[in-house]
Design a protein around this ligand. Structure first.
Ligand code: AVI
Length: 319
C-alpha cells in the first residue's frame, strides 16, 4: 500500500517502487548526494578505476587534434553536460585559451553549488576564459541554448556517463541531444570499452571498499531522508560482469533474513537471506555497439580517439 499521504518526492516514489518490485532495485542516480559525490571523486582517484586515467590520457595525447575538430568558422560554444570538477576538460580548456581559440565554455549542472565551485577554480587557473555556467537539467538547458545559439555547438559528455543507462535509455538520451543539434554541431562522448573482464571487475570492486561505500550510500540516503533503519553491514556489495553483453552490474545482497522499517514510506521492506537489490549498471561498449546506438538515434560516428591500451574511446558524432 502506498503511503496514505502520497509521495512527497520522486526519490520517495522511486524508492517505494524499487523495494516493492521483484527482484528489488534502486536507481543509481540517487547515489549522488554530497557524500556520494565525494565518494565518486575518491573512486576516480583509485588505481583500479582506469576510466578517468584513460580519458585523461586521450585528452593529453590528442589535445591539438581535438581542439581543431571543435573549431567552427565563427568559433564555437563548448557545452559540457555533467562537468563535475572539470579536471579532464581543463586540459583542453588550457590549450584552447593559450592558442586563442574563439570559444565559450558552458558547463551544465543541476547544482548551482557545483557550477560556482567550477567557475571559481577555472577563473583562478585560466583567468581569460569565457565561462557561462548553465544551471538546469541537461535537456531543458540544451533546448534553451539551441534557441539562441548562432554558432557551432560542441556538446561534451565525458566519463562514460552514458554507461549508467540501459541501451534503450541511452538511445533516448542520444536522440534528445540530437534534437538540439544543428548540422554543424558535434557531440563528443566517452564510452568505456569491453576488455579483460577481470580488469572491469577490479574497477568496481576495490579492496579499499570505496565502491562498496559508494553503492551503500543508497541505503545511507534512505536512512537519512526517509528515517529508515538499514544496517549497512548486513548487506554485501556484489559486482558482476557479463563479457557477452558488456554489462557490469552492481548489487547489494542481504546477508540475512531481515526487515527494514522505512517510516516516511509507511512501509517495511522484507529481505530473504541472499536476496538482492540491483543498484547500477555500467555498460561497456565496442565499435559495433556504438555505431548501432548512433544509427538508432539518427547520429553518425565521424571519428574517435583512444588510449594506448584501447580501454576507452571518445567518439565524435554528427547529425
Ligand atoms: C559515473 N559512472 C560513469 C560511474 C561508472 O563507472 O559507472 C559510476 C561508478 N560506479 C561505480 N564506480 C563508479
Amino acid at each position: 500500500m502506498k503511503p496514505t499521504t502520497g509521495f512527497k518526492s520522486a526519490f520517495e516514489e522511486d524508492t517505494y517502487k524499487g523495494l516493492n518490485s521483484y527482484p528489488k532495485y534502486l536507481l543509481s542516480k540517487y547515489i549522488y548526494d554530497q557524500k556520494g559525490d565525494k565518494l565518486f571523486q575518491k573512486i576516480m582517484e583509485m588505481p583500479e578505476y582506469y576510466l578517468t586515467k584513460c580519458e585523461t590520457e586521450i585528452f593529453k595525447g590528442n589535445t591539438p587534434a581535438i581542439a581543431d575538430s571543435f573549431n567552427g568558422p565563427d568559433g564555437f560554444d563548448l557545452i559540457e553536460l555533467g562537468a563535475g570538477d572539470g579536471k579532464k576538460t581543463k586540459i583542453l580548456l588550457r590549450h584552447l585559451t593559450e592558442k586563442n581559440y574563439e570559444f565559450t565554455y558552458q558547463p551544465v549542472d543541476i547544482s548551482q553549488n557545483v557550477l560556482d565551485e567550477l567557475q571559481s577554480s577555472l577563473l583562478e587557473e585560466l583567468p581569460d576564459i569565457q565561462i557561462k555556467p548553465q544551471q538546469g537539467t541537461y535537456f531543458k538547458t540544451l533546448e534553451r541554448l539551441s534557441d539562441y545559439n548562432t554558432r557551432k555547438k560542441v556538446i561534451l559528455v565525458l566519463g562514460s556517463n552514458i554507461g549508467n543507462l540501459l541501451h534503450k535509455d541511452a538511445i533516448d538520451f542520444l536522440k534528445n541531444i540530437k534534437s538540439s543539434m544543428s548540422q554543424e554541431d558535434m557531440l563528443f562522448m566517452g564510452f568505456d570499452q569491453k576488455k579483460d573482464p577481470q580488469k572491469i571487475l577490479d574497477a568496481y570492486n576495490d579492496p579499499a571498499g570505496i565502491t562498496e561505500a559508494f553503492n551503500k550510500n543508497l541505503l545511507s540516503r534512505i536512512n537519512r531522508d526517509l528515517d529508515a533503519d538499514f544496517d549497512l553491514d548486513s548487506f554485501l556489495h556484489w559486482e558482476t560482469y557479463d563479457p557477452e553483453t558488456g554489462t557490469a552490474k552492481s548489487f547489494l545482497v542481504s546477508k540475512t533474513e531481515q526487515q527494514v522499517k522505512i517510516p516516511k514510506l509507511e512501509f517495511t521492506a522484507h529481505f530473504k537471506a541472499w536476496e538482492t537489490i540491483h543498484t547500477e549498471i555500467s555498460q561497456k561498449y565496442d565499435d559495433e555497439v556504438v555505431h548501432w546506438l548512433a544509427a538508432e538515434s539518427g547520429l553518425k560516428v565521424e571519428t574517435s580517439f583512444t588510449d594506448k591500451k584501447e580501454f576507452y574511446r571518445n567518439y565524435v558524432f554528427r547529425k
